[in-house]
Write a protein that binds this ligand. Structure first.
Ligand code: IPE
Ligand code: IPE
Ligand code: MG
Length: 227
């Protein structure tokens, strides 16, 4: 791949998939069209990450705060994936990596939870690359849930063992120009490199991913030490 060296590839990349609505609005389309195209883009970018040699991609698809959105938007986000899955069921075999989900399981509609479980089940034998989709995920919820399962004295390792996303993030990308975490992976990004892309998520392509990788490869990570 042009100018992206094959050494110093981040092990774990996390992406805040932001800007679906604004992208659609610019095209004079409803927000739902942005979510649809954003969803398609997720599988394109996952494939590109796998090709580059990234081991793990964790994406923020729906936050614990996103329930505040209008009813029709939530309804679309909860039902469209089910519909698309039913229509394309046989294509699940094309996915040659593991897909897992992180987040609360007590508020997502049952039919979507079933689809999520089915996707996990059908891809669990795949080796190597893993895509984790965070849905009804919030880092406050994740940390509180973890801590409540533990008895004092609590250690860092004990907390990490109970988190929904267990590995530290090397590179965090947020699309759409916003420079905030919005309650995503607060614990796991402690030593991550941050990269903010101006483009909206549906327009974030392989070239944008390459740019983020090149930026990452120029960074000097010190983890509190001296280089
Ligand atoms: C990200 O795009 C997807 C979700 C949060 C579900 P947005 O829906 O936040 O799009 P903008 O930020 O309003 O443009
Ligand atoms: C963060 O985006 C959540 C996801 C991308 C799923 P938001 O669009 O919800 O974040 P804010 O409201 O701009 O902080
Ligand atoms: Mg947004």
């Amino acid at each position: 791949m042009k100018n992206v060296t094959s050494t110093n590839i981040p092990h774990h990349v996390a992406i805040i998939l932001d800007g679906n609505g604004r992208w659609a609005k610019r095209l004079g389309q409803p927000r739902s069209y942005g979510h649809y195209m954003g969803g398609r883009n997720l599988f394109r970018i996952a494939k590109a990450c796998q090709k580059i040699g990234i081991q793990k991609l964790t994406v923020y698809a729906f936050s614990t705060e996103n329930w505040k959105r209008p009813k029709d938007e939530i309804e679309y986000l909860m039902s469209k994936p089910v519909e698309l899955y039913q229509e394309n069921k046989e294509r699940i075999q094309e996915i040659d990596y593991k897909v897992t989900f992180a987040g609360r399981k007590d508020r997502i509609p049952k039919n979507l939870l079933d689809v999520m479980a089915e996707i996990e089940e059908k891809t669990k034998q795949n080796q190597g690359f893993e895509l984790t989709i965070c849905a009804d995920y919030g880092a406050y919820d994740e940390i509180i849930t973890a801590v409540n399962q533990l008895e004092k004295p609590i250690t860092k390792e004990m907390i990490e063992e109970k988190l929904m996303v267990k590995e530290p993030v090397d590179l965090l990308i947020r699309t759409s120009g916003e420079q905030r975490l919005s309650n995503f992976l607060l614990w796991q990004v402690s030593y991550a490199e941050f990269y903010f892309a101006k483009v909206h998520w549906p327009a974030f392509n392989e070239r944008q991913l390459q740019k983020a990788m090149k930026a990452y490869q120029k960074r000097h990570r010190r983890f509190g030490g001296i280089k």
